[in-house]
Ligand binder design. Structure first.
Ligand SMILES: CC(C)(COP(=O)(O)OP(=O)(O)OC[C@H]1O[C@@H](n2cnc3c(N)ncnc32)[C@H](O)[C@@H]1OP(=O)(O)O)[C@@H](O)C(=O)NCCC(=O)NCCS
Length: 161
């Protein structure tokens, strides 16, 4: 992360900018329906935007679980392709970990699709374990029906203590 980058909490006005870049950042996959403007309102204090001279270069949408009292959940995170492998993803995740600790959330969870090998590698470098599931895809444990029937997801978990 270079000195010209700044990380701040999201505002509702950031939503349109984020969904505009998502398909390109996800290699053509359009996952924008999963990133709703509501999150930029009600998860604003646990979600971040990274900018370099006003250009959007990263975002993280996270929240504190309502149902699991010790859990923080990272719903989506992305870094501009030209800014990857320079530590920005790590910095945003660590910022979220700090928010979690401040709220006594000692477990961080996240998930990804098994096709997203990059995300799996990134989470493993960030110290996440893959949770045991009820299936395997490409040698990776998956939960087959986590968010929808027959839509396998790799579930991640990291203890902050
Ligand atoms: C996943 C993503 C957010 C990582 O952002 P990034 O800024 O490049 O990540 P960092 O540079 O902070 O890397 C953090 C660690 O992950 C590792 N890592 C990052 N990308 C990797 C890759 N493609 N393959 C293997 N390891 C990788 C780094 O080596 C680093 O490990 P280290 O600190 O132990 O050396 C970014 O690649 C991205 O936006 N991908 C597309 C969107 C996506 O799939 N998001 C899902 C993530 S929730």
């Amino acid at each position: 992360m270079n000195k010209e980058m700044a990380i701040r909490n999201v505002t509702p006005m950031d939503h349109a900018r984020v969904i505009a870049v998502m398909p390109a950042w996800w290699g053509g996959r359009d996952l924008t329906a999963s990133v709703q403007k509501l999150f930029f309102i009600h998860f604003a204090n646990t979600s971040f935007i990274a900018e370099a001279r006003d250009e959007l270069v990263g975002f993280l949408i996270g929240f504190l679980s309502q149902a699991e009292e010790d859990v923080g959940y990272i719903h989506f995170a992305g870094v501009h392709p030209d800014y990857r492998k320079a530590g920005l993803g790590r910095v945003m995740f660590e910022k979220f970990f700090e928010v979690c600790k401040a709220h006594r959330r000692w477990v961080v969870k996240s998930c990804t699709s098994p096709v997203n090998k990059l995300s799996i590698a990134f989470h493993q470098h960030m110290g996440f374990a893959i949770e045991a599931g009820d299936g395997m895809v490409d040698g990776v444990p998956v939960s087959m029906n986590f968010l929808r029937a027959n839509d396998p997801k790799v579930l991640f978990r990291k203890e902050l203590k």
